[in-house]
Design a protein around this ligand. Structure first.
Ligand code: ADP
Ligand code: ZN
Ligand code: ZN
Length: 711
């Protein structure tokens, strides 16, 4: 009798080990290969599995093993990707199945699709052939048009050995917004793609950034198949793109964080654009950092990785300073314009405010100071566009009663319900919770005291839009936030309006500030910067600084040589705060040195490493108790020390969401290894008394996170 074929598979469940199945080669029509996607009987139902090992024996009785039922028409995932997944699973303390399975597009996760898929792919191919080539080509800067700084940068990237020798290199390219970083890395990728076998991966932070960059990439590579992967495309399109990446047909893989987990068998180089962007961190499931995984992948596959940013993360910047990464600087704006002039408007200073006697004092009260209003008027007269940012969508952040203390608090969360005027979330004005999505009609009377006089407090994009329309009645005003982009054909149509010069004043959340290369913005204003400065998260200032630089970069992109590139107004009550002072001087390195010192003093990352245990229960008390007990056990095991600090459990910043009360336990160490060991111990400990990730005794849902970016 022939030896049995036993395969080990992983599935998308928090069960630690793989499962053994029998492989009937005759029935399945082929021999097993590691990396294949399979359909399996599991319990009373079916599960999708990925084959990770083949052998001729099992620790279980062969007669008890069940048979693999079906296999997908996909080629197996490549070895490099499997190594990456193994690493991610270990490092982020999740099972291999939980790490791999969600990275596979839904289209391929439905076995009933497997027979139909070849047809689907054919259809997709036909459609692609019919796609018209892009009409206008923006931002296509050929090698001969690069300026001196860019040419040097490109030379350094290509390196002495050209692109021939395969070895790991991590390179930080730091240059102010508009310095031509994109033009440099696209030319670099072009040089790599001269090798006909090569594939390259280009990671970008957010969906709304992708269309413009996608056009730019297409302009550089009109004859290449591009695989575009982000959550804004249909599942089928994503499935096709992923397939084209794994089969090598697509040579350029462009996408957001999930694209970091794409099978790319001939990967030759990676670019992570805006490497500091927090959206590279996955916030559910296996909470990976796409940037960090990309670096690991480059190291593992012995290829170069370029991290690009105007405001690098402290981690990356320190690595470059210390010589662990190569360091390229681009310090001139490509189109000649100077950096914008930053103005800090002290909103506590009466001189900056409208006074009751002013005849131009607007009816609608808003955050716009008189100083800013005058600047906007002047900018309008110059025929330039203004961008006004406020980090809150909706009409007003909260509704309140004028007679008692009632506030529109969400019934399910410890946060306020935001008032949205008609049009955004429905036909009528509503209260909406931005945490759990609950939507309610606006009460006509105070639910607590019956008073009919309910007032809004604070302002969001909608209210600001009203105020601006009143202050500049003839200006064309456009609001850009997730609400307005959902209503129109997506954010891209709104951005196009700005590009086409159809608007004079744009009001929006920071989503307008990312990446877009507007040519006629003379003024940018940020109204509520302070609100993000004083948060409990130690990364708040770093993040705010990056956002402000990014925002400032939208101003005056296309000025002529030596001309000041527009004006940036920051309204603040604390103009003396370090983050604003460094911004005033455009001193990115100064700011990074400053926060590096602060972190070193406090032994915070990157001077230490952190892990987090999340707990969620019906009451906060239970969540805290659960974590306290965990800490107690760690203490009893003698694991707490100066080298491994376990803090007391605390409620999360937004404590209650959708009816669950959430707490967290921070664990910190200067030793990556020690932290890893302890997290693995915690994982085992909690798992042993849980079903999945819910504790059997206390019904607490728990989760372990490595390198959290929000605390
Ligand atoms: P970054 O990525 O640093 O923000 P980009 O590569 O997007 O900069 O360049 C900013 C703008 O300058 C774009 O409009 C781009 O087309 C243009 N640009 C870049 N390099 C050059 C160049 N060498 N000559 C002229 N324009 C350039
Ligand atoms: Zn009341
Ligand atoms: Zn809620």
């Amino acid at each position: 009798m022939a030896k049995p074929i036993v395969v080990q598979v992983v599935i998308d469940k928090p069960l630690s080990q793989g499962f053994d199945y029998l492989w009937d080669a005759e029935k399945l029509g082929c021999l097993p290969r590691v990396g294949q996607l399979l359909e399996l009987p599991f319990g009373r139902g079916k599960e999708l599995g990925l084959l990770i090992n083949v052998s001729d024996h099992s620790q279980y009785e062969l007669s008890k093993l069940r048979n693999v039922e079906n296999l997908s028409p996909l080629p197996p995932l490549d070895q490099g990707l499997l190594r990456l997944m193994n690493f991610a699973s270990q490092y982020y303390v999740h099972t291999l199945g939980e790490t791999i399975m969600p990275s596979i597009p839904k289209m391929w996760r439905k076995p009933e699709n497997w027979v139909k898929i070849p047809k689907k792919l054919q259809n997709a191919a036909n459609k692609k052939n019919k796609e018209k080539p892009t009409a206008h080509v923006e931002g296509y800067i050929t090698v001969d048009r690069l300026n001196e700084g860019q040419t040097n940068a490109l030379q350094q990237l290509i390196g002495e050995s050209g692109n021939t020798r395969k070895h790991f290199r991590a390179i930080l390219m730091q240059g102010q917004t508009g310095s031509g970083k994109t033009a440099v890395f696209l030319n670099w990728l072009a040089s790599i793609l001269k090798n006909e076998a090569a594939q390259v991966l280009l990671l970008v932070p957010e969906i709304n950034l992708t269309p413009q960059l996608e056009r730019r990439v297409r302009a550089y590579f009109p004859n290449e198949t591009l695989a575009v992967l982000h959550s804004g495309i249909t599942e089928n399109k994503r499935g096709v793109a992923w397939y084209e990446a794994m089969t090598g047909k697509a040579r350029i893989i462009l996408g957001t964080r999930l694209a970091a987990l794409t099978p790319i068998p001939n990967l030759h180089a990676i670019v992570v654009d805006e490497e500091h962007d927090p959206s590279y961190k996955q916030q559910e499931g296996t909470r990976y950092s796409a940037r960090d995984l990309a670096i690991w992948r480059a190291h593992d596959q012995k290829i170069p990785i370029l991290l690009s940013s105007a405001t690098p993360s402290l981690e990356t910047w320190m690595a470059a300073k210390a010589g662990r990464y190569e360091y390229i600087r681009l310090d001139q704006r490509a189109q000649g314009a100077q950096l914008p002039k930053v103005h800090l408007v002290n909103s506590r200073d009466p001189q900056n405010q409208f006074s009751p006697g002013d005849k131009d004092r607007p009816q609608t009260k808003s955050l716009i100071t008189k100083t800013l209003a005058n600047a906007i008027t002047a900018n309008l007269q110059d025929g330039k566009q203004s961008l006004i940012l406020i980090n809150r969508r909706g009409y007003a952040p909260v509704l309140s009663c004028s007679a008692c203390t009632w506030l529109s608090v969400c019934a399910q969360c410890s946060s306020n319900m935001v008032m949205h005027k008609a049009g955004a979330l429905g036909k009528r004005s509503v209260l909406g919770c931005h945490h759990c999505g609950l939507v309610k009609p606006i009460p006509r009377f105070c639910p607590d005291c019956g008073n009919a006089d309910l007032k809004t407090l604070g302002q969001g994009t909608q209210k600001l839009e009203d105020a601006i329309e009143e202050m500049w009645p003839t200006a064309r005003v456009l609001r850009v936030d997730t609400d307005s982009s959902r209503k129109s054909q997506g954010a891209e149509t709104l951005f196009q309006e700005i590009h086409d010069g159809n608007v004079d004043i744009v009001v929006g959340t920071q989503m307008i500030a990312k990446g877009h290369d507007y040519q006629n913005i003379g003024l940018v204003a940020v109204l509520d910067a302070d609100s993000r400065l004083y948060s409990s998260d130690f990364r708040a200032a770093e993040r705010l600084f990056a956002q402000l630089v990014q925002v400032a970069g939208r101003a005056g992109r296309s000025g002529t040589d030596g001309q000041i590139g527009g004006d940036v107004y920051i309204e603040t009550q604390y103009p003396e705060a370090a983050v604003y002072q460094y911004l005033l001087r455009h001193d990115v390195d100064g700011f990074l040195s400053h926060i590096a010192r602060e972190r070193e003093e406090a032994q915070l990352p990157p001077y230490s490493y952190q892990g987090l245990v999340h707990a969620e229960a019906k009451t906060l008390e239970k969540s805290i108790q659960f974590l306290s007990a965990l800490k107690g056990r760690l203490k009893n095991q003698g694991l707490l020390s100066k080298e491994l600090r376990v803090y007391d459990p605390v409620p999360k910043a937004v404590m209650r969401v959708a009816g669950s009360e959430r707490a967290q336990l921070v664990i910190e160490s200067e030793s990556r290894k020690l932290l890893q060991e302890v997290l693995e111990k915690i994982d085992q400990d909690l798992r042993s008394e849980s079903q999945g990730r819910i504790s059997k005794a206390s019904r607490i849902r728990w989760l372990i996170e490595r390198d959290p970016i929000a605390i």
